[in-house]
Design a protein around this ligand. Structure first.
Ligand code: NAG
Length: 215
């Protein structure tokens, strides 16, 4: 009889604990997601003393004609150069890919606000943006950040960690973003004469006007 009572009363306690743990997990997950979903501009970091490195360092990633380009430094408004990328991380919803890889999105249009996925074209190694049907057969992630959360990394499953973003000068002064997935410095994809400079992509958090006061 005593044992029976204990068992009965024990059950809700255990369930309660499990619920508390699961609620804590959800809160942790939520906080993690909120951090991942903080919007940022993508700024180019290019160290080195060459004239080109100095020219590229600090440029901001812009979106135009389905592709990512290096726009002017510190721009916040769209212009002839394209739409200024405002990115964040969110899981890419694809039932064929389990677990769901972390995707990278950007707003690509103001009115109505439209988000697209940022991905690496499997045929050309260009970094591009597009909706789900445009991106799903390409390399859509996993995208990640470096340990200090500053650098954006494209983390292919076959390669532990690679930073192989390249700025490629398609026309004089017009730099397009590529990702070298094959480790051949894009030799198989672009003319060898074309200038290719390795760059890093850095997160530059966008502080909303309301947030600035409380931060
Ligand atoms: C997705 O993008 C493609 C072009 O890349 C377009 O043709 C198609 O209409 C878009 N689909 C949706 C649902 O917006």
């Amino acid at each position: 009889m005593v044992i029976g009572l204990l068992m009965i009363t024990a059950i809700p306690v255990v369930t309660g604990t499990a619920q508390a743990v699961s609620a804590q997990k959800n809160r942790d997950q939520q906080q993690k997601d909120e951090r991942r979903m903080k919007k940022f501009h993508i700024d180019i970091r290019c160290t080195g003393d060459s004239k080109q490195a100095k020219e590229l360092d600090g440029k901001r990633v812009v979106l135009k004609a389905d592709r990512l380009w290096l726009g002017p430094a510190a721009v916040v408004q769209k212009g002839d150069y394209g739409y200024v990328a405002e990115s964040f991380y969110i899981e890419y919803p694809d039932t064929e890919r389990a677990p769901a890889p972390m995707g990278l999105v950007s707003q690509v249009w103001d009115d109505p606000p439209l988000l697209n996925w940022i991905y690496v074209d499997k045929n050309t190694m260009e970094v591009k943006y597009g909706n789900k049907s445009a991106s799903i057969t390409h390399n859509i992630g996993p995208w990640d950040w470096s340990e200090d959360e500053v650098q954006i990394v494209f983390d292919d499953m076959d390669v532990a960690f690679i930073n192989a973003f390249y700025a490629v000068e398609r026309l004089p002064g017009k730099w397009q973003l590529f990702f070298d997935m094959k480790g051949d410095q894009l030799a198989g994809y672009l003319p060898t004469k074309m200038t290719k400079i390795q760059v890093e992509l850095h997160r530059n958090l966008i502080v909303a006007a309301g947030e600035a006061e409380t931060a």
